[in-house]
Design a protein around this ligand. Structure first.
Ligand code: SF4
Ligand code: FES
Length: 216
């Protein structure tokens, strides 16, 4: 199908404000927005964006597509062009734009570091985990650290959603000694936490759900 994608361009070395560049191309509807970006890059190699796995595993191709944060490698052209107009690709919101579609993810990784994102092993852990607990931890463990939930929810800068996912997962892990102390580190008001947990499955590209009833 004949397609036009409009990609946000910004070079801090010479631009004062972002602009859009149009790329025309011919793609199958079953190809992805990342395929479109790779074709655009062949047309203009100065275009910057992140990607690696092309399989929705590494989380690096997160951008905003037609206004919604999404993984470029998981978004089919037929979905992205369903509204009829050109496909608009911009960097993730709420992060500093470094160049074109590349944003500064330092604050994202800092927020993760703040919740001690590893297991603090309990001295008295007996090595057993029930299937029920294992199932509860499985979903959040599939987080690919793409930053989309931060881009979707972090309008005020007070909530750090990916860190919440990590903290809630570890807080329910029977092997861990830090437990819900991690949630206290985040200081997220309970009403925001509940709203976040309700909306996460729909907004997260991995459809992560968290049963946090044991720690709220
Ligand atoms: S919870 Fe989902 S949206 Fe958030 S960083 Fe992990 S995979 Fe991405
Ligand atoms: S390129 Fe790895 S998630 Fe898209």
């Amino acid at each position: 199908m004949e397609t036009v994608i409009k990609v946000c361009r910004f070079d801090p070395g010479k631009d004062t404000v972002p602009t859009f560049q149009e790329f025309a191309m011919d793609l199958e509807g079953t190809q992805t927005v990342l395929d479109a970006l790779l074709l655009a890059w062949q047309q203009d190699p100065s275009l910057s964006f992140r990607r690696s796995c092309r399989s929705a595993i590494c989380g690096s191709c997160a951008v905003r597509i037609n206004g919604r944060p999404a993984l470029a490698c998981q978004t089919l052209m037929q979905q992205a062009s369903a509204h009829g107009g050109p496909i608009i690709v911009e960097p993730l919101p709420h992060f500093r734009q470094l160049k074109d579609l590349v944003v500064d993810l330092e604050p994202f990784f800092d927020s993760l570091k703040a919740v001690v994102p590893w297991l603090v092993l309990r001295d008295d852990y007996d090595g057993r985990m029930t299937p029920e607990v294992a199932r509860r931890l499985e979903g959040p463990a599939t987080c690919i650290l793409c930053g989309i939930c931060d881009a979707e929810f972090d309008e005020t800068g007070h909530v750090k959603p990916a860190a919440l996912v990590k903290a809630l997962r570890l807080a329910q892990d029977p092997r861990d000694a830090a437990g819900i102390h991690r949630l206290r580190l985040l200081q997220t008001p309970p009403e925001i936490l509940k709203l976040f947990l309700k909306e996460l499955p729909e907004k997260c590209p991995k459809g992560i759900t968290i049963d946090a009833s044991k720690c709220l």
